[in-house]
Design a protein around this ligand. Structure first.
Ligand SMILES: Nc1ncnc2c1ncn2[C@@H]1O[C@H](COP(=O)(O)OP(=O)(O)O)[C@@H](O)[C@H]1O
Ligand SMILES: [Mg+2]
Length: 250
């Protein structure tokens, strides 16, 4: 059995003042494997983003426990959580959120300097990442001079700079056209093939077929899972996934 990199126990999140009686995350016990590319799908508003924020320590649970790489994320102070996020977690959002007045390379270096003081090593690592993600020629551009897909790949490099235990991606192709989406998914596939554990939320079928395992989230729980059978990105896999999702009420 593959080692687990992330797990939850009785994880619950409710929002005070929310109209709904049921918690958004309801007593969830789940786990994610080392080196696996896991995809979470579910209907809009079902709580997928909320789940990623809890898992990555960006938000705090109402109750329950989370471990990243055996490090307990629950019961932490804000300061401890901030440190944990820098060292153990990378996050890619729907929008790249790059610092507009820093170059591509500087955007990534700034994130790296929060953890490492070794400039030579950092520089080398940034170039390596930019090369892996196909954006090395763009290293000195400003974010305003990038396409959406290029900016998203830069955000991915920034998320990877501190060699996180796990990368969380919340709809990383959500604001991209299909060509740019494909490139972003190819990049995620590349980093996954190098052993990176990834947890991604998406509503895009093609993007979802890059996952090794797809979880379906509903009513605060993971209600089912499906292992990829065919090729990443292929039409047959997309179709099979669509059929499976429809059966779940997607
Ligand atoms: N900060 C918040 N305060 C109150 N309600 C929230 C907050 N964040 C999310 N919610 C509610 O939690 C539910 C799940 O939201 P979200 O996790 O964004 O869903 P998804 O990502 O699956 O679309 C929604 O009903 C949303 O309105
Ligand atoms: Mg969301």
């Amino acid at each position: 059995m593959k080692p687990q990199i992330l797990k939850t126990s009785a994880l619950t999140k409710s929002f005070p003042g929310s109209n709904s009686a049921a918690p958004v995350i309801n007593n969830l016990d789940t786990h994610f494997f080392k080196g696996e590319f896991t995809v979470i799908m579910g209907n809009s508003g079902s709580g997928k983003s909320t789940l990623l924020y809890l898992l990555s320590g960006l938000d705090k649970a109402t109750s329950g426990k989370i471990w990243i790489d055996d490090f307990p994320v629950h019961n932490r102070t804000e300061k401890e959580l901030a440190l944990m996020r820098r060292q153990k977690v990378g996050f890619v959002f729907q929008d790249s959120n790059l610092v507009p007045n820093l170059t591509v390379k500087e955007n990534i270096l700034v994130a790296g300097r929060l953890v490492s003081k070794n400039s030579n090593q950092l520089n080398k690592r940034v170039d390596e990442l930019l090369n892996d993600l196909g954006i090395l020629p763009l290293a000195n551009r400003m974010p305003g001079q990038l396409s959406g897909g290029e900016a998203q790949r830069c955000a991915m490099a920034r998320a990877l700079i501190n060699d996180p235990v796990v990368i969380f991606a919340d709809e990383p192709t959500g604001s991209l056209n299909s060509e740019a989406s494909l490139k972003v998914m190819d990049c995620l596939d590349t980093i996954h093939s190098k052993g990176q554990s990834i947890v991604m939320v998406t509503h895009d079928l093609k993007s979802a077929t890059y996952g090794d395992r797809i979880l379906f989230f509903r009513d605060g729980q993971i209600v089912d899972e499906r292992l990829r059978l065919g090729e990443r990105g292929c039409a047959a896999e997309e179709e099979a996934l669509f059929t499976w999702l429809k059966q779940k009420g997607w």
